[in-house]
Design a protein around this ligand. Structure first.
Ligand SMILES: Nc1ncnc2c1ncn2[C@@H]1O[C@H](COP(=O)(O)OP(=O)(O)OP(=O)(O)O)[C@@H](O)[C@H]1O
Length: 305
């Protein structure tokens, strides 16, 4: 495992930002780390990158204990809401970061990073004159400068337009092809769904689920069903065979099946019980529906930042 944590916990005063987090991230993956605002994602990334000390618990990153400097040399980190010196040019900034990480082949690595993020030719301009998207790209270039084995990206596409987001997705895929591991924190679930191999959901500082993306999304089909004549008694009878069947507030039914092939049998069953079937709509499970089920059950008032 390239990242492994055991009961990793961070408290800020009385506030528990991360509570007993257990993670196991395989090398070579794109790993999604998902949760609502204030769930504890950035705090967890900061503990993994050695920027914040855990209150308790332990972990290893790149085979070294959390905070180890030699492991940090092989990591890249794009923080959320970073801000660089406006008066520096893109090239100054990259040179500065290259000095910080003591890069030997500075010129080549800077050229590589600029090419990777699509900022070639723009490095001579001041960071203050960059658009938000360009600022995000220069931040990404800084993170990728030392050609890291493990890259933490905290909301890397938040300032980007749809084309910029697609570019970042392509960069992530390219990094994975080169053998790097990407730890991605993003609220853009369709993006996470497109690039991640595995995901962990965190809610109020606690891990609520970790799974491979294919296992998470391929297993189930949810159905919305409009029928006339359903009663609570009949629902109880049908639960023997269809445990997931439920009546929604608007009177329609919902059910989850493992396979498309089970749909005709369910339709036949409903009709055999004397119900009038108007509509039966299958939905493929998306990361968004899973996210809503796992961490979206409460109102906006529970958001903490
Ligand atoms: N330095 C700090 N001091 C005190 N509380 C903090 C500090 N950093 C984070 N917190 C609190 O810890 C909790 C988790 O915050 P964190 O930034 O890790 O969440 P997040 O999932 O990254 O949120 P977002 O998606 O909004 O960035 C929040 O309640 C936040 O207010």
């Amino acid at each position: 495992m390239i990242i492994e944590t055991h009961a990793l916990t961070k408290k800020y005063g009385n506030k528990t930002a991360c509570d007993q987090i257990n993670l196991a991230v395989e090398a070579g993956q794109v790993y999604g780390f998902l949760g609502r605002n204030g769930a504890g994602k950035s705090t967890c990334i900061k503990m993994l990158t050695g920027l914040v000390f855990p209150t308790s618990g332990s972990g290893t990153v790149l085979g070294k204990p959390l905070g180890d400097v030699s492991a940090r040399e092989r990591m890249g980190y794009l923080p959320e809401l970073f801000r660089y010196q406006d008066w520096m040019t893109g090239l100054d900034l990259l040179n500065f970061h290259a000095q910080l990480v003591k890069l030997k082949n500075k010129k080549d690595q800077i050229g590589r990073a600029l090419k990777l993020v699509g900022l070639e030719g723009q490095e001579k301009y001041k960071v203050g004159s960059y658009s938000k998207g360009m600022q995000q790209r220069i931040g990404l270039a800084c993170a990728l400068l030392p050609n890291p084995q493990l890259i933490f990206l905290d909301e890397p596409t938040s300032a980007l337009d749809p084309i910029g987001r697609k570019d970042v997705r392509d960069i992530i895929v390219a990094l994975k092809k080169e053998g790097a591991t990407v730890f991605l924190n993003s609220h853009l679930l369709s993006e996470v769904e497109a690039v991640c191999d595995s995901v962990t959901f965190i809610h109020k500082g606690t891990v609520v689920k970790s799974a491979r993306m294919d296992e998470l999304l391929m297993n189930k089909i949810s159905l919305t069903i409009r029928v006339k004549g359903m009663t609570e008694d009949l629902l109880g009878t049908m639960h023997n065979q269809y445990q997931s069947l439920q009546i929604l507030a608007d009177g329609s039914l919902t059910a989850t099946l493992k396979d498309y092939e089970e749909i005709p049998a369910l339709a036949a069953k409903l009709i055999s019980h004397g119900l009038t079937l108007y509509e039966l709509t299958p939905h493929r499970e998306t990361l968004e529906t899973v996210f809503m089920q796992l961490v979206g059950e409460e109102g906006l008032s529970s958001q903490q930042s």
